[in-house]
Design a protein around this ligand. Structure first.
Ligand code: ATP
Ligand code: MG
Length: 467
């Protein structure tokens, strides 16, 4: 061994200066201090060695390092991480004129534990900053949304390829942006490509770029893969890729490299891929419309964004959020009956449909508050037709119930026992309702609509009239 240098005496107590430097970094004005950098520099100074590096191993180098790995002048130590799928290490190299002795090893072993905290701190600092300045927030406090947010945070920093599935308008692109903003690539570009919107023949050039071909006058340009270098490439509607485009995508993902159309030679790219689809890819694989090998590459880490009708509790908050975004244009509120109707509606177009509806209300509503009548008929639906009037008039349950009881009573040919059975109430309750109806209906109300009376003459109800 050519290493000749001297041993030094250290003890874990020497890490005090490293801890002090990290605290100073945390309390500095800088909202995103380079804590790993501070840790590395201070540890290197303390041990008087050539270099120290604290890092996470990129996801694509899947094989786990066995640590500690040491030579006379270097050591690689495992660093604890919150996510078992991510491996982090502390590497130290003493330089040719000095060997790493057991005292150094002891200090470095403690430093590796501290390194785990430093990485975790950098990550939370980073994610807080990203959610402040980055993509719009994911609104919603339902259990489904909480789960989604947790999953997004957990998956974001891993660097793995992510498949996002969910109906149209549920917020898949928003989720993809959050994944980018919370990742270590947040400072790099986020490049989105809608695979369905690009003409098939141009898709290859769009994704992989095209070489200069002076003879034909084609000007070379970078593809989206290259544009997303050091960042994230978001492929929306990936299920719309043709089988040949799928084959190229598979190659690009496997080799982490792209070849421009008409090019000879590949360019390495360092990009994280996030894909989204509103048709489940596994079904398309079964139908032979999507390559199974590509599906296995893209799947694995999947995020399902639930439709709005499965998290109705989020509707009021989303509606208020979209209203507040237009506050500078108009300060509108939304009435309780209108909000109830929004909650009852099924939202086939999900959050996007709700967002558009609020926008049109901001443009069209005449009063300061969105009323049931301001909503389009499809949203008001049964709610508006059947219950809307009563809600607007503030009818009590008793008033409502007695009117309904009276109508059913008339339709049963004024047979009380039958009416009780149909209404599923006691004879006494029916009597009370009818008395209340009699006392409160005005002269014009007593004129029952024709459909009530005519029905009472025909055997519309399934049973024979009791004696
Ligand atoms: N949870 C949410 N909080 C706030 N805004 C949301 C939320 N979900 C969706 N949106 C908004 O709704 C709109 C539609 O979302 P997005 O484009 O992400 O949906 P998508 O699933 O990608 O739709 P498509 O399948 O049609 O491409 C966007 O304007 C987005 O900002
Ligand atoms: Mg989308």
């Amino acid at each position: 061994m050519s290493v000749t240098g001297v041993f030094r005496n250290h003890s874990p107590g020497d890490l005090t200066s490293v801890i002090a430097a990290i605290s100073a970094g945390l309390s500095a004005e800088d909202r995103a201090p380079d804590l790993s950098g501070i840790f590395e520099r201070e540890l290197q100074r303390t041990l008087a060695i050539r270099s120290v590096r604290l890092r996470e191993i990129p996801a694509r180098y899947r094989a786990r390092l066995v640590t500690p790995t040491r030579t006379a002048d270097s050591i690689v130590l495992g660093v604890p991480t919150a996510d078992p799928r991510v491996q982090a290490v502390l590497e130290a190299f003493s330089g040719p004129d000095r060997v790493l002795g057991s005292a150094d090893h002891e200090v470095l072993a403690v430093a590796a534990q501290l390194g785990g905290l430093v990485l975790e701190l950098s990550r939370t600092r980073h994610s807080r900053r990203a959610s402040h300045d980055g993509a719009a927030p994911l609104i919603g406090a339902s259990v489904a949304m909480q789960r989604l947010r947790e999953r997004v945070e957990r998956v974001a920093f891993t660097g793995f390829t992510v498949l996002i599935e969910g109906e149209s308008g549920t917020g898949k692109e928003l989720v993809a942006r959050q994944l980018h903003d919370l990742s270590a690539r947040a400072t790099g570009p986020f490049v989105a490509v809608n695979c369905a919107a690009v003409v098939e023949t141009l898709l290859e050039a769009e994704l992989f770029g095209i070489e200069d071909r002076t003879a034909t006058g084609v000007k070379g340009r970078r593809g989206k893969f290259e544009s997303a270098d050091a960042g994230t490439l978001f492929l929306d509607e990936v299920s719309d890729l043709s089988l040949s485009a799928q084959a190229k995508l598979l190659r690009a993902i496997q080799e982490v490299a792209v070849e421009r159309a008409g090019g000879n030679g590949v360019r390495r790219v360092d990009t994280r891929i996030i894909v989204a689809t509103n048709r489940p890819l596994s079904d398309l694989v079964t139908q032979g419309l999507f390559r199974a090998d590509l599906y296995y590459r893209l799947g694995g880490v999947e995020i399902h964004v639930p439709p709005l009708r499965e998290r109705r509790e989020d509707i009021p908050e989303l509606a208020q959020y979209f209203l507040s975004r237009h506050r500078h244009t108009r300060d509108l509120t939304i009435s309780a009956p209108a909000l109830e109707a929004l909650r009852a509606y099924d939202w086939p177009g999900n959050v996007r449909e709700l967002e558009r509806l609020i926008e049109s209300s901001v443009a069209l509503t005449e009063s300061d508050s969105i009323q049931l009548d301001d909503l389009p008929p499809r949203v008001r639906g049964e709610y508006g037709e059947v219950l809307g009037h009563s809600i607007m008039a503030g009818h009590s349950m008793r008033a409502w119930g007695s009117r309904y009881a009276r109508l059913v009573f008339e339709r049963c040919g004024r047979n009380k026992r039958r009416a009780c059975r149909l209404l599923d109430i006691s004879y006494h309750t029916l009597q009370a309702y009818l008395r209340y109806a009699e006392a409160t209906t005005t002269g014009s109300d007593k004129q029952l609509p024709a459909w009530v009376k005519s029905a009472s003459q025909e055997p519309v109800l399934e049973e024979a009239v009791d004696a």
